[in-house]
Design a protein around this ligand. Structure first.
Ligand code: NAD
Length: 370
C-alpha cells in the first residue's frame, strides 16, 4: 500500500493499494471512534463493493447504514442532495458519526457536499472506484452538485478525513471510463510528471485497422486499456495523486496555481458542450490537450513536435484526438465557459511534453487558439 499525505489546512492521507477495501474499517479506526457510518453509493457500484466495505466496517465495530442512488451525472443534483440530508436526519446521524462516498466522481461530489452541509459538517471518507475519481475528484476537497444552468455551480470546499483507493475496483470499470481517467493522468504527465509519461508512452501500439489496413482513429486499441495498464495502476494513481496534491496544497481554494489542472479543459469543455455532452469529459479533455498543443506550436510557445508526441500517447491510451466541430462552434461554446472572467481567458499551454505555462488572453484572441 502507498500512503500519500495531503497537506491542506485539514490534513489527510490517501491510501492506495490492491484489495484495500477490506481495510476500510482498520483505516477508519485510526481516525474515528466506533460510531454510525453512512455509506453512500450508486446503483452500479453498490452491488459490486458495498458488502466488502460494510463487512470491514462492521468487523471494526461500526454500525453501518446505506444509501444508494441511480448511477450517472443526472443524479448529481439538488434533489439527490436533499434526499441524502433527509436520509441522514431520519437515521439520526450526528456530527460524531461519519459518511463514506463509495463510487466515482458523481458519488464523491454529491456526498462530499452533503457531508459539508448536513449539520454544518460531518466527517467523510472518499472511497473512489473510477480511475477519474482515484486520480482527480477524490483529492482536493472540491464538492458540488449541478444546477440547470451548468455543472458544479453549487458546492463547497470540504476535505475528506481520508481517501481509500483500492486499485482492484478499476477492473470492473467500463472501458470508456478507464480511458476517461487516463486522460487526466496524461494531463499530470504533461504538467511535469516524467514517470506517468514514460508509462503511457511505453504502452503497446496495438491499433485497430480497417479493411484497408488503415488505423482507425479514436478508440484504436485492440486490447482494453485496463489490460495494458493494470500492472502499473498503483504507480499511475500514486504519481497522479502526488501531482494533484502539489497543486492543491499550493492553492487549496483555486485562485492561482490550481488553474494549471485545467490543461486541455477550456477547449475540452467547449467540445463537451458542442457534442451535447455525448462525448465524455476525459475524451473531450484529450482532444482539448492536443488542440492547445497544436495552437501553442503555431504561436511559437510549444516546442515543435510536442503535439505529435502527445497524439501518439493519447492514441495508445485508447483516447480520441480529433473532433468534427469547427472553430466557430468551439468559439461560441468556449466563451460560455465559467472560467472566463472580466473579458479574459486563462489558458494552460504546454511548453514541451513535460511542462506548461499559464497565458491570460483577451477573449477576442481565443479564436486564434482554435
Ligand atoms: P461517475 O461517478 O458517473 O462514474 C462513471 C460510471 O462508472 C458510472 O456509471 C459509475 O456508476 C460507474 N462506476 C464507477 N466505479 C465503477 C467500478 N469500479 N465498476 C463499475 N462501474 C463503476 O463519473 P466519474 O467519471 O467517476 O466522475 C465524473 C464526475 O466527477 C463529474 O461529475 C465531474 O464533475 C466530477 N469531477 C469532480 C472533480 C473534483 O475535484 N471534485 C474533479 C473532476 C471531476
Amino acid at each position: 500500500m502507498i500512503d500519500i499525505r495531503i497537506q491542506t489546512q485539514a490534513e489527510y492521507t490517501v491510501h492506495i493499494g490492491s484489495g484495500i477495501l477490506n481495510d476500510c474499517g482498520k483505516i477508519m479506526s485510526a481516525l474515528i471512534a466506533p460510531c454510525t457510518v453512512a455509506i453512500v453509493s450508486d446503483t452500479n457500484v453498490a452491488p459490486l463493493y458495498m458488502q466488502t466495505v460494510k463487512n470491514s466496517l462492521v468487523l471494526a465495530g461500526y454500525k453501518v447504514i446505506e444509501y444508494v442512488f441511480p448511477a450517472g451525472e443526472r443524479s448529481k443534483n439538488v434533489q439527490t442532495l436533499a434526499k441524502l440530508w433527509e436520509f441522514f436526519a431520519e437515521s439520526e446521524l450526528t456530527r460524531k458519526d461519519a459518511i463514506i462516498a463509495l463510487g466515482g466522481g458523481v458519488v464523491g461530489d454529491v456526498t462530499g457536499f452533503a457531508a459539508a452541509t448536513y449539520l454544518r459538517g460531518v466527517p467523510y471518507v472518499q472511497v473512489p472506484t473510477s480511475l477519474l475519481a482515484c486520480v482527480d475528484s477524490s483529492v482536493g476537497g472540491k464538492t458540488a452538485v449541478d444546477l440547470a444552468a451548468g455543472k458544479n455551480l453549487a458546492g463547497a470546499f470540504n476535505q475528506p478525513i481520508a481517501v481509500i483507493c483500492d486499485t482492484d475496483t478499476i477492473s470492473t470499470l467500463p472501458e470508456e471510463n478507464v480511458s476517461d481517467g487516463a486522460a487526466e493522468c496524461i494531463k499530470y504527465g504533461v504538467l511535469g510528471n516524467k514517470r506517468i509519461l514514460e508509462i503511457f508512452e511505453g504502452l503497446p501500439e496495438d491499433v485497430n485497422v480497417d479493411a484497408n489496413g488503415v488505423p482507425t482513429s479514436g478508440y484504436a486499441s485492440t486490447r482494453p486499456l485496463y489490460e495494458k495498464i493494470k500492472d502499473s495502476l498503483e504507480e499511475i494513481i500514486a504519481e497522479s495523486v502526488r501531482m494533484k496534491a502539489s497543486f492543491v496544497c499550493r492553492d487549496e481554494f483555486d485562485t492561482g496555481d490550481r488553474m494549471y489542472l485545467n490543461l486541455g479543459h477550456t477547449i475540452g469543455h467547449a467540445i463537451e458542450y458542442c457534442s451535447n455532452f455525448e462525448l465524455s469529459h476525459g475524451h473531450a479533455v484529450a482532444i482539448g490537450m492536443r488542440k492547445i498543443a497544436l495552437a501553442g506550436e503555431r504561436h511559437g510557445i510549444t516546442k515543435p513536435g510536442t503535439a505529435d508526441r502527445l497524439t501518439s500517447i493519447l492514441k495508445k491510451s485508447c483516447l480520441p484526438t480529433e473532433c468534427d466541430f469547427d472553430p466557430e462552434q468551439l468559439l461560441s461554446a468556449g466563451l460560455r465557459d465559467k472560467k472566463r472572467s472580466g473579458g479574459k481567458l486563462t489558458l494552460i499551454v504546454p511548453k514541451n511534453i513535460l511542462s506548461c505555462e499559464m497565458r491570460i488572453i483577451p477573449v477576442e484572441e481565443f479564436s486564434d487558439w482554435l
